[in-house]
Design a protein around this ligand. Structure first.
Ligand code: HEM
Length: 145
């Protein structure tokens, strides 16, 4: 198996873990905020694990992006005019980077807040936005085919 295939399989499989962890962390922050709960160690760990899992996926994605067969996608005449190609070479990577940035901002803002409501609020806003961004630009058809 080539290194390229290994990176693709890793990026593809890690995405399942990411969606599960990010969904749990997001729902937990929404329940915490609307349920006016006390912010505890479990809430902190969920937010941190969500952040770490996503950053690992970012690294895998960058590695995948610079593989010869992906770089070759740019070379196709009028590549940007083909929706499936544009998704893989531009929309997906760009939107995932925006999602990682949103998570990082939310995580760092929640750490600066002193009270539970403030912490949950920051995580609820930024993690929800990040999850929506991720879901909006995954190559669903290719992934689940
Ligand atoms: C951080 C959240 C991300 C998630 C959840 C995610 C998820 C996925 C999934 C599920 C696929 C389809 C894999 C398959 O066909 O089996 C994929 C493909 C791809 N991703 Fe990501 N990705 C993320 C970030 C990134 C980033 C940051 C980049 C680039 C900088 C990137 C580059 C790519 C490329 C180039 C493909 C197409 C691979 C191919 O068909 O050869 N991804 N991604």
């Amino acid at each position: 198996m080539s290194i390229e295939t290994i990176v693709l399989k890793a990026h593809s499989g890690w995405a399942y873990l990411l969606l599960i962890v990010l969904t749990i962390a997001t729902i937990n922050s929404l329940i915490g905020y609307f349920g006016k709960k006390e912010f505890g160690n479990k809430d902190f760990s969920l937010a941190l694990v969500g952040l770490i899992v996503t950053h690992i996926q970012l690294l895998l994605g960058i590695a995948l992006y610079v593989t010869p067969s992906n770089l070759a996608r740019w070379d196709v005449e009028g590549a940007m005019g083909i929706p499936a190609v544009r998704l893989l070479i531009l929309e997906h990577p760009l939107m995932m980077i925006i999602a990682v940035a949103l998570l990082t901002i939310g995580y760092s803002k929640h750490k600066k807040k002193r009270v539970s409501q403030g912490k949950f609020k920051m995580l609820a806003i930024f993690y929800s936005l990040a999850l929506i961004v991720v879901l909006s630009r995954l190559p669903w058809t290719q992934w689940l085919a």
